[in-house]
Design a protein around this ligand. Sequence first.
Ligand SMILES: Cc1ncc(C[n+]2csc(CCOP(=O)(O)OP(=O)(O)O)c2C)c(N)n1
Length: 568
Amino acid sequence: MSGAEIFLHALEAEDARVVFGHPGGAVIHVYDEMARVQPNFEHVLVRHEQGGTHAAEGYAKATGQVGTVLVTSGPGATNTVTGIADAFMDSVPIVVFTGQVPMPLIGNDAFQETDTLGVTRSITKHNYLVRSPDDIPRIVHEAYHLARTGRPGPVVVDLPKDVLMAEGVFQFDEEIHMRGYSVPDECDEIRLRRAVRMIEKSQRPLLYVGGGTINSNAAGVLTEFARHMNIPVTTSLHGLGAFPEDDPLSLGMLGMHGMWWANQAVQHADLIIAVGARFDDRVTGMVDRWAPHAAVIHIEIDKSCISKNIYADLAFNADVKAVLERLRPLVKPKKVKRWLNKIQDWRDECPLTYADDGELRPQYVLERLRAKSGGDAVVCTDVGQNQMWAAQYLKYTQPRSHITSGGLGTMGFSLPAALGAGFGMRAYGIGKTVISINGDGGFMMNAQELAVASAHKIPLKVVIMNNNFLGMVRQWQELFHENRFSHTDLTDTNPDFVQLARASRCAALRAESPDQVDDVIEKAWEINDRPVVMEFRVVKEEMVFPMVPAGKSSDEMITSRHAPETFV
Ligand SMILES: Cc1ncc(C[n+]2csc(CCOP(=O)(O)OP(=O)(O)O)c2C)c(N)n1
């Protein structure tokens, strides 16, 4: 059979239920075989390859399975680069198959030739150039294995056109033989005993939980561990949902736009147990002054993250779930009433607030969305203010219920990610509503994928927080650039979002004042045969607070635009 047909069978062997793709010359034989063979996966024709990669990310994050992308060579491949980089930063398991010019033409500046391996080398866990059709099953199998194991991430497989056309045999070997790749498991008795001593000694312990906990499917074990130990939990942006935010031990998110009390807890803790987290600069602010009194235990699958930003006094380079399961029976509950009381005082001192003055504010919209969904939803957020408010005001109680672009901060992520999550819900029979939260700027960056959602009747609830500004940049311009709003005002250039949505065959609703919000949400929840876009015309000048200004430390948070001049 042809390399193209072998490739389709290799995808079936990986149980790739949904493939987000876009055809072109280099992969035309694969698309031809798809029409002929009718493989048992669903191919979704995205309208831009970047959308395809984010859709694969959303699918992967919502289901815990590997996402799959198929594109042509040259521009098809380069259009995936942002999504690949995004998946690399955020540890999302996706495999991207790129067409390539025929092998004899590689290096000739052939039509639609790009050095895809070169371009993606630094943003993939691994990448392959396939040289023979017989190698396809092994390489595809390795690619999925690499993407999902250890610290998950993207893998690229470059498929030259002549390899897809050549004849070969489909031979599938379940076993993986890869030299030089293994998943670390540094969790020995000595480390465990040291961890127990450090936990016993501490009086102000804090769990700092990141997305690695969700990747490791360890949210349940972590929750049980924290409750058993009576240790408060703060999460990074990607850790949201790893620990239920309605639990009294939950402090919510920490970091730049985290909860004031969570950052206070960090600054006063005497022990930080970092679980599947990487001490990103949005978490730590100025590293020299972060958690000055705390010893650090770091549980992390990626060795390169250990002691990179924050020194770990004790490290487990191992799977989060495995370590927590072994540690749990060795530790006794902590008596930390004074510590918990102190945190409660901080909560009371500086709660999250916004003005209640009759204007339509994004925080109110999010509170009403939360009331409607009851937390039983998968929420995909974009980048900017909408992302931070959604992290603050939608309370997450389940793993895989919050999906965002954290590391790369990719505007245009939310809508295609939600599309992928929607397909994931369908493929795995998960009955959750998928909500996509967007700013008006970011929405325009991948708005073309609305048509795909409506074509497939994916009932996304798409929210546009329209402040007619690139809001987060506007916020920085107001705070740090003396109100010079250079190229951030979109008032006269935004489209009519309701018309745009209707032109894409979606339902569309708009609210312009707080009293219209519930009505719009109610109506949106009644529509389940297509996507529905809700435009909320919110005030322009709202800012996200609290905030650690860039380069400041976690105890220098500002809480309003009139707050101390610490940041000037
Ligand atoms: C692809 C990309 N380009 C630029 C930026 C820089 N950036 C970060 S937030 C932001 C403004 C986002 O505006 P909008 O989408 O309207 O959301 P809001 O902040 O108003 O919620 C920009 C331009 C980015 N993160 N990603």
